[in-house]
Design a protein around this ligand. Structure first.
Ligand code: PA5
Length: 448
């Protein structure tokens, strides 16, 4: 059984046959991805990545993870954007909701840093790590990203001070470029174990490389099942799969239809399981960075339901009709909990007594869907049998393939991110970075 897609409640907002009308364009987009004739064709390494991953490679990742798991109580994953969100999405989706509070000797606590420049955050992180047996996975493709480099400086020093340089060597791992960047130079000089991020895979498409696989394996999850899920989805969304059966093709088509024909400029990814919060963050980067350019692109937003129905629900139900929703629905929870009886029944909820909590959640989901569709919000539903490694692997590749197709339908280069440089340039100019003298002068003029 695979994850499945229901677009019926979105199609009804378009002219009849509008989704099927994309078939030719989708086919051309998939051919262009396959033949490398699309824009950004030097970043297509993700396209057949799942099927190219060998068991030997996964054994190697697992062996390094085993060493770290044996030697560390805490593992700090340092990375930002595409070098961070995939690992966090998978680890939080699969892990216990209170993982960081649980004294679980089987698995180290996984922490994420290198994704902000918060002085309090970093101070509190280093305070927390004092006296702890911690290791670091330093993830940066360029090896020069300020947020990650700053964090790595702090953590390397602290790890060496606490464990000694020799022992630190065994618990610091780099995931970076094969040849260039500070992370590579440092790893080679210090003799750290390292993994390579392939040149032809951009950050937001890199979760199935060691960028995601190593932290996920360190957290104790089954990376072989994750990759198997992605491999099966690679087959299920390939260019020769007929349009009607290809869920990535249909998703790409319907969202482009809603955007260009129905004025739906914002897509909200929605979950009814709080563990999926970071899956949405990963999705936001995947689609936002891939499509938001040349003055175009659906704005990717995210809500956790039912939580946000009590904050954003009003806007979604009755605000400007420029949105559509994509719900990731988990069919079967992993645990069982029944709605309890209460003798006094003050809240009047005894009629739910004995029902699975998930049954109530599912009715909230269905009720929300119907209400939002009635309120003019098209609804797409991705149905996932269970929250486990295999299906998360499917979800990852499904969205990657849909994004590759969708960016091509939108006629942008989905694999670059030139806009990310603008803030960096200004920040370095403001901080008087050597080499930025002209920019520093210009920006100071602007501020006068
Ligand atoms: O998708 C991207 O390219 C970005 O989000 C990068 O992954 C992010 O900026 C981190 O870059 P790097 O891995 O070079 O440190």
């Amino acid at each position: 059984k695979n994850i499945s897609l229901d677009i019926t409640k979105a199609e009804q907002f378009l002219k009849s046959g509008a989704v099927e009308a994309y078939e030719g364009q989708v086919k051309a987009a998939q051919e262009a991805l396959e033949n490398g004739t699309c824009p950004g064709n030097d970043f297509l390494g993700w396209l057949h990545l799942p099927s190219s991953i060998t068991p030997t490679f996964l054994d190697e990742v697992e062996a390094v993870a085993k060493t770290i798991r044996e030697k560390c109580d805490v593992v700090v994953v340092a990375g930002i954007g595409g070098s961070y969100l995939g690992a966090r999405a998978v680890i939080e989706a699969l892990g216990n909701s209170f993982a960081w509070l649980i004294e679980d000797k089987k698995n180290p606590t996984i922490m994420f840093a290198g994704n902000n420049i918060g002085e309090d955050y970093l101070s509190e992180l280093t305070e927390y790590l004092k006296g702890k047996k911690f290791g670091v996975i330093n993830i940066s493709k360029s090896g020069t990203t300020t947020e990650t480099a700053l964090t790595f400086r702090l953590l390397k020093k602290q790890c060496e001070e606490q464990r000694g340089k020799n022992e630190a060597k065994d618990v610091i791992v780099a995931v970076t470029d094969a040849k260039k960047g500070a992370a590579r130079t440092c790893a080679d000089k210090e003799g750290y174990k390292s993994f390579i991020i392939p040149d032809n895979i951009g950050g937001r498409f890199s979760v199935l490389t060691p960028v995601g696989l190593l932290p996920i394996a360190c957290a104790g999850f089954d990376i072989k099942a994750l990759v198997k899920g992605a491999q099966d989805m690679e087959k299920a969304t390939g260019k020769d799969v007929p349009f009607a059966e290809n869920i990535a093709a249909k998703y790409a088509a319907v969202r482009n239809g809603l955007y260009s024909q129905a004025g739906k400029k914002i897509e909200i990814i929605v979950n009814f399981q709080p563990k999926l919060h970071f899956m949405s963050e990963w999705w936001k980067q995947l689609f936002g960075e891939s499509e938001g350019k040349d003055g175009k692109g659906i704005f990717p937003a995210a809500c956790d339901f039912t939580t946000d129905l009590h904050s954003m629900g009003q806007w979604i139900q009755e605000g400007e009709r420029s949105i559509f929703e994509t719900v990731i629905s988990i069919e079967k929870p992993n645990k069982t909990l029944l709605f309890p009886h209460d003798d006094e029944n003050l809240d009047g909820l005894n009629f739910l007594e004995g029902k699975r909590v998930d049954e109530v959640n599912k009715m909230a989901e269905l009720g929300t869907r119907l209400a939002h569709v009635d309120g003019g919000v098209p609804n797409i539903r991705l149905s996932v049998p269970e929250l486990n490694e295999y299906y998360i692997g499917q979800i990852i590749f499904f969205f990657e393939m849909a994004c590759g197709i969708s960016g091509n339908l939108l006629e942008v280069n989905p694999f670059n991110q030139p806009g990310v440089e603008a803030y960096k340039k200004n920040m370095f100019a403001l901080l008087n970075k050597p080499g930025y003298e002209a920019e520093s002068k210009a920006i100071q003029e602007k501020l006068k």
